[in-house]
Structure formats: C-alpha cells, structure tokens
Design a protein around this ligand. Sequence first.
Ligand SMILES: *[C@@H]1O[C@H](CO)[C@@H](O)[C@H](O)[C@H]1NC(C)=O
Ligand SMILES: *[C@@H]1O[C@H](CO)[C@@H](O)[C@H](O)[C@H]1NC(C)=O
Ligand SMILES: *[C@@H]1O[C@H](CO)[C@@H](O)[C@H](O)[C@H]1NC(C)=O
Ligand SMILES: [Zn+2]
Length: 587
Amino acid sequence: MAGDEEPLFSQRPSSEHTNDRDLAEEDALLTGERTGRSAGVRGWKFWREVGLFAWAVIATAAVIVLGVVYQRHQQSDSPQTTFTGKRNLIFMVSDGMGPTSLTLTREYLQNQNNLPWGAQLEIDKHLIGQSRTRSTSSLVTDSAAGATAFSCGIKSYNGAISVLPDHSPCGSVMEAAKKAGYTTGLVVTTRITDATPAVFASHVNMRDEEDLIATQMVGEHPLGHVVDLMLGGGRAHFLPNTVQGSARADDRDITELAKSKGYTYISTREEFDALDHGASLNLPFLGLFADTDIPYEVDRRTQNATYPALHEMATTALRALSAATAHSDHGFFIMIEGSRIDHAGHANDPVAQVHEVLAYDAAISAVLDFIHTESTPTLMLSTSDHETGGLATARQLHPSYPDYAWFPGVLANASKSAERLGQEYHAQLSDTNNNNNDTLKTWLTHALEQDLGIHDHTPTELTTLLTSPATAPYTFADMVSRRAQTGWSTHGHSGADVNIYASDPRAAAPLVGNHENSEVGQFLADFLDVDLAEVTEELREKAVLYTLGWMGRVPGVGERLDGQDHVDHYLGDFRRRGRRCVGGVGG
Ligand SMILES: *[C@@H]1O[C@H](CO)[C@@H](O)[C@H](O)[C@H]1NC(C)=O
Ligand SMILES: *[C@@H]1O[C@H](CO)[C@@H](O)[C@H](O)[C@H]1NC(C)=O
Ligand SMILES: *[C@@H]1O[C@H](CO)[C@@H](O)[C@H](O)[C@H]1NC(C)=O
Ligand SMILES: [Zn+2]
C-alpha cells in the first residue's frame, strides 16, 4: 500500500544543523567511508548527530518491520496483489442489478436471519465505484449495447452485438485474450446466445439473430473458436428445427457442428455432476442445461436434480480453466453472468429478484474462495450493464401521504416466481375439464395462499386474474409488490448508474469512482494486456474473406432497436400508449 510506505521516506532526521558536512557524515556512516574531517576532536554536536541518526535508523527499521508484518496480514486476506506476470481475470456481470436490488436483498437477508442492520452481503464488501450506462442511441441502454461497451470498450447502439454504429465489427476482449494465449470461458443462467455472453464471441447487427450467434460461438467465425468453455442455457438455437425445443429457423444441428470442431457437448445435470467439479472436464466444452433460460433460483431450488446452480457452474468452470492453464504462460479470462436478475426486473417480481441476487452473491463468494486457493494471481471484477425495472424499496399505495416502510417478510412468504405460477395457471386453464370459473377461483385462491403467501386477496384481484389470464404473471408479481411495498417504474430498463465491485481495489484502481461503461471494457483489455485495436483489424481483414452477410441483416432506420428519435426528444409519448421501440424486452 503506497500510503503505508510513506513514513519510510519521511523519517530522515531534519535537524536545524543539517548542512553539507553533516550530510557527508551521514553518508560516511551509511557507506563506511571516512570523511575528510580529522578524528579525535569530536564535540557533543557530533555525538548528538550520531545519536539522532541511530535513532532514525532504528525507527525506520521498526517502520519497515511493522510495514512488512501489516502487508503480510493484508495479503492473507487477499493473497494476490501483483499482476505483472501470468494472471487470470474473472469478469462478473449482474444483468439488470441496480443499487436498490442490493438494498432489497440485504434487508431481506437481515429480516430472514435476524441479523443486525450492519450485516452485509458478500458483494457489499467489495464496492469500488459506479458505471454510467447510456448507449450511443439512448440514455437507457439495452443489454446488447451495455455488453458491447464491456467487450469492445466502445459504446454502440441498442441491439448491437460487438458491432459499431457504422455496422463494422469491433474486436472483443475475449477474442484478443484468446489470440494472446489465454484460455476463455462463459457461464450464464440465460441462453448462451443472449446479448451479454454473445458480445464476447460473436458479431451481429441485431441481437435477435441468435441462430447466427450460436454458429459463431462454436467457431464458424472469422477468427475460429474464441470460447473454450460455455455453461448455461439456450439449447433452442443449437438444435435443428426438426427437434422439439428448437427455436432455429433452419435444420442445422449446432451441437454437431460444435463436436466437429472438437467440443464436448453435454445437456443434463447427471453429465454435469460427472465432471467432478471440473476435474474431468476437457476443453473445448459446451454444456447447455435448458432449452431457453435456467429457471429462476426461487424455482430452481425445487428442481436441483435437473438444473445446476450458478455458483456450481462457476466453480466447475474455474477449476477446469485453472487446471487447463496450469502449465501455460497465460492464465484464463472468464465472464460469469447472473443473467436473470434482469428478467426478474422486467417481470417486476421482487420474489424472483431477491433469490437471483442471493444466487449472484453466492457465486461471488465461490469466486472469492477460488481466488484464495488459486496460485496464479486472479482478479474478480463485477458490474451490471444497466438497472432493470426502476426498483424502489418503498411504494405509495394510496393518495394519502405514505408510511416510510417496506416489508421484506412478504417476499419470504412467497415460494414461487410469478413466472412459474403463471405457467401453472396456464396449465390449469388448458385443462378443459377443470377450467370453469368456480374451479379456477378455487385453484387461484389456493395458489395465492400456498405459493405467494397472500391471504388477503380481493375480489377485484381475482376478477383481473380470471378476465386477463395472459397478464396473470404481472398480476401475481404486482400483488406481492404492493403488499411488500416495493415499487417499480417500468417493465423495461432504467438509466440509473450501477455499481462496480472488485476483489482487489488496488488492481482495479482505474475503475474506482464514477466511470463510463466503456471504461470497464478498456480496463479488461488493459488488465489482460491485450490489444483491442489489433484484434479489430485482424477481424475486419479476415471477415472480408468470410461468408457475405455473416453478421446478419443490417436493420433499417427506425428498426435498429434503438429508436434514434428518443435520444433527447420527447414526442408526446405519454398519450400514445402503443408507441414503443422494438425489442425492449428480454434483457
Ligand atoms: C443440488 O444437487 C447437487 C448435486 O447434484 C448437490 O451437490 C447440492 O448439494 C444440491 N443442492 C441442494 C441445495 O440440495
Ligand atoms: C407470513 O405467513 C405467515 C403464515 O401464514 C403469517 O402468519 C405471516 O403474517 C406472514 N407474514 C407476512 C409478512 O405476510
Ligand atoms: C368468469 O368470471 C369472469 C370474471 O368475473 C367473468 O367476466 C366471466 O363472464 C365469467 N365466465 C363465466 C362463464 O361465467
Ligand atoms: Zn441487461
């Protein structure tokens, strides 16, 4: 620590008698050389100087010893503080998690465990700064532009997957890392073809080109395969459209393509467990455990035999990457995403959100545990691409002035996400023997009490659920939100600044304070000591020889998922309820 070393340099005695002669003497004492002064006639002044100097030497030595002891002590908390040679980088993204998501989850945790108000989440202990998230096309970014700022270190338009506003591809930090000799990984709980993971290993003009993203991610890419290890959901864009669960437009089997390029492919919890926490995982590797998203943690908990948890995938990946790079000059670079905090925000579901943030915090703890045991210096950096939902831990329910309160206990009484309860309600609605109003009312009453902990539902709420089943998930989430007094300002994203966290604030010093999201991307490249401009150039050269249209359709103006016209113009939108930008939902 620079601050702790300072006293070493301010300990030189500053005597009012100091002059050239005294300095010569001091040097003589240090070097053992004799000065030109005759020995023998030494007054009290000389001995006083010697005494002062000896005292200074002892004091300096004491400070050095204390400094070393202190440093040792510090190092036992965070073992790696130097990143000059081989290094690993673990970049964590909490999609859609704003500062209030942390307040919500921290207070929920305290409430549930009877903890004092000083009790923190693990992630709270590592806060270093904030990121400003706007894109080139809007003050409110989407995940694609937000993640492109991380991957390329440059802002782009909403919808862009590592593509610049002029529709040219920008080289990503993962591509640069792979080229430099790092081993690479992606771990998510959503589709691996969703925007945040996609930007690291693919380039398309519009984020919804997930068929193309899947093929690029397994190596049909100008630079060949960029990701060595992928774990998450999203089989839908890898399976041919002849197979159930596929969302591909064509009949290509991208899992077979992956295997032909050397990947091992797995798709079940049993196969995941057989990896023995990463010890039996050989790269390159593709593990997809759901057709689309892995269920919200609040629902996954009861399906643990089918879906692995985020922290389990994270530790498995870290151990595998650590083993794979044990004898390499370069370490690894991995992006781990708490993907569905964002989805819970879109759904305005505080129950789903609290459990997603707790799962992310568990992943942070698992990553920090890994860093303590890893011999290669490893930095963990965590941030969000944006806030989702405009969450508030307070809500005014009536025209009268509100109480200052919100109620975490209400969230604890719910045991399912609104999304899951909505799916069960739809199953009930399609059961033609049991979908008359009376049985539906009985079913809903039981579900509200049993699964959401709501015993005081009103006739109006029941009527809304019966008459508008399509929006039932929103109604369920709203019923919980009102009772907990949690507020939401949108089903989309907001422009709030988001937090930055690091396992070592000294190593992440350039991100201390308030920064643009593109600076996060630049930091990733600088930390890994890789050159983004160089990989961009190589990508563009090789892309010339590549399949025409490899980055997908170039969207027309007004279709670019960015609504160019709302950068800073208000067009009376509040009266036009139907008017909205395309592609706002989904991250
Ligand atoms: C989930 O299953 C894994 C093994 O498949 C097990 O190690 C873990 O303890 C289980 N978690 C819970 C919460 O039961
Ligand atoms: C939670 O449920 C229990 C049991 O039904 C009930 O007694 C309690 O009041 C509920 N708490 C909240 C905050 O709703
Ligand atoms: C079922 O209840 C809803 C809401 O109360 C009502 O609008 C609808 O007409 C009812 N349907 C039947 C068949 O009674
Ligand atoms: Zn996002």
